[in-house]
Design a protein around this ligand. Structure first.
Ligand SMILES: [Fe+2]
Length: 581
């Protein structure tokens, strides 16, 4: 049975494919369209999933999508009649609903045909989130939480997984949302783009939680592991500000009301320099999010009495909070899937659809390398086609290196302080570069962050870079020995080690690590092993391969990024491109 899973008409539109219960391909549409967080119908991701597995739309048995407009119908009606919403808001909601209902028309429009005999399965947004984590997790039993902006009129849900069974036990409904809380305050701090919340998370350690009282006025924990926004500070429930798309890039207009200015003063503009007050606010926002999150987790633990938890939803990307779960709650084991946000809903919808049709009840996701891949021959041809541009940039190419030679040379170059584009194998599923579409550097150099920002990334200086660490060495360097294959948890680096790896140590002594095994990524593992043997440091600085754009997908995009920036070296499959110095 071929099941196509979709996240469509939400940010991070995506598609995945299960063949006979096995997850074989998955990718986000933004990588093909080259527009961050692309939010429409994921036609190119669908095309990739089909082509990669030599299938056509006629071979698809089930199309599953992570939204169900019939969910919470009575609550929606009650809210519309309550007088809290404007007519414009209600109209917009109806329009979005109509758009989602015509899935077959979207196929027809994109492909000139529909998946002939396929059954359409609509899976409630948060049930899809819960499934996207638990049903691919290694746990036999776990509490499961989904927490984000909104989907199908809810912003959070909790459930319980036991064997193949997954229940959705509790929801938090519109207009209360921790995703909206975090996003509204992110806007207030002068970070206006969809997905900018991670900047606030990065800024938080520079401040103190001096605004605790104000945060408690904005959102409060309530009985039974729930929470409530003080709606005076928001306007998302009144006006049709929602989530607008321009060229299918999600754009969010102001979520907070003028009353917030009475509480916190004038907002920071994008251009205004960051002051201590902004850092203190960032810390207070993160602190409040964590308190609500742990409040929900404690209630779940009391209900379920299990020691494992799966986390999903946009807020599931809050790796700082995820890394504190084992310290702040009774949960000892934590699983976060590589696409914890809305893209992951494609997997959740597909796994629920598999169950509805009697297919494999549990699934495994041992790695995230589920996207497009390109042969060494393809890369070689591309290098030949780009020869003039490479010559103009004074580049030299070493072709067809064995893995041993490639990793030997690249580890030497990293030690020399070079910035390496590392493009190998299949693209990662989810927002993090995990060693196949990565830019790498030496974690020991205190100037590496500045070098990277100067040469390529040009991002805010307060944002940290992350380490990829040999799995077996984690406990020697971090205050934890957990698996973090998808870079979704932040842990404290051992105090005695911090000075050895300044480029990946954040101001509060933390690091957002990725654990690497030979089984999950043999080539990347071999490179870190080489670096370890030469330096006694079992990790590399790893940041995503891009320059203010979606992470590169195709080798031509990697080559363009290399030529456009001041990257020193590009390992394109088995070929190594250097700039002559
Ligand atoms: Fe969501």
């Amino acid at each position: 049975m071929n099941v196509l899973g979709l996240n469509a008409f939400h940010g991070d539109s995506a598609a995945c494919l299960f063949v006979d219960g096995q997850l074989v391909s998955a990718a986000e549409e933004e990588r093909f369209r080259r527009i961050k967080h692309w939010a429409g119908f994921p036609a190119q991701a669908i095309e990739f999933c089909l082509n990669e597995n030599r299938l056509t739309l006629a071979d698809i048995d089930v199309v599953a999508i992570n939204s169900d407009s019939s969910a919470a119908r009575f609550r929606k009606m009650a809210f519309a009649l309550s007088g809290q919403a404007s007519l414009k808001l209600i109209k917009e909601k109806v329009l979005v609903r109509q758009k989602r209902m015509s899935l077959a028309e979207h196929f027809e429009h994109a492909f000139g045909e529909v998946p002939g005999h396929a059954v359409y399965e609509h899976v409630e947004h948060h049930l899809a989130h819960l499934a996207s984590a638990y049903l691919v997790s290694p746990f036999e039993q776990a509490s499961v939480i989904s927490i984000d902006g909104f989907g199908d009129f809810a912003s959070a849900a909790t459930g319980f997984g036991n064997g193949a069974e997954l229940s959705l036990d509790q929801r938090v409904f519109f207009p209360h949302s921790m995703g909206v809380f975090y996003q509204a305050l992110t806007q207030y701090l002068g970070f206006p783009h969809y997905g900018d919340e991670y900047k606030v998370m990065g800024l938080a350690p520079y401040g103190q939680p001096h605004f605790k009282e104000q945060m408690d006025a904005i959102v409060r924990e309530t009985d039974g592991g729930q929470f409530k926004l003080n709606l005076e500070f928001f306007q998302h429930h009144k006006n049709a500000i929602g989530y607008e798309w321009e060229d299918n890039e999600p754009k969010v207009s102001r979520l907070y009301s003028d009353t917030l200015l009475d509480l916190l003063g004038p907002p920071r503009t994008k251009e205004q320099p960051l002051q201590q007050v902004h850092k203190d606010l960032a810390r207070s926002i993160q602190d409040k999010y964590e308190r609500v999150f742990f409040h929900m987790l404690w209630a779940m633990h009391q209900r379920d009495q299990t020691d494992s938890v799966c986390v999903a939803g946009g807020c599931g990307m809050n790796s700082v909070a995820n890394g504190k779960i084992h310290l702040q709650t009774p949960f000892a084991n934590v699983y976060v899937q590589s696409a914890a946000g809305d893209a992951g809903g494609a997997i959740g919808a597909a796994t629920i659809a598999c169950q509805r049709h009697g297919e494999s009840k549990r699934h495994s996701m041992s790695h995230a390398y589920l996207g497009p891949q390109f042969s060494d021959q393809h890369c070689k041809q591309l290098i030949a086609e780009n020869r003039d541009a490479l010559d103009a940039s004074n580049c030299e190419v070493a072709f067809d290196l064995s893995l041993a030679k490639l990793t030997d040379r690249v580890s030497d170059l990293i030690i020399q302080g070079k910035v390496i584009g590392w493009f190998q194998g299949a693209m990662e599923w989810g927002p993090r570069a995990l060693g196949n579409r990565s830019i790498l550097g030496d974690p020991r150099r205190s100037d590496m962050k500045d070098i990277l920002n100067l040469k390529i990334k040009r991002r805010e200086s307060f944002r940290p870079f992350a380490p990829s660490v040999l799995r077996r060495e984690v406990s020697s360097w971090f205050e934890s020995d957990a698996d973090v294959p998808f870079m979704m948890k932040v842990f404290q680096i051992k105090e005695s080690k911090r000075d050895l790896i300044p480029a990946v140590t954040h101001v509060d002594g933390s690091g957002r690590l990725q654990t690497v095994t030979k089984e999950s990524n043999a080539g990347y593992h071999a490179l870190i092993e080489k670096f370890f043997a030469k330096t006694q440091v079992p990790m590399l600085l790893n940041t995503s391969f891009n320059e203010n754009e979606p992470v590169v997908c195709h080798p031509q995009e990697a080559l363009d990024c290399f030529l456009r920036t001041n990257m020193d070296v590009l390992a394109l499959g088995s070929h190594l491109i250097y700039r002559r110095s």
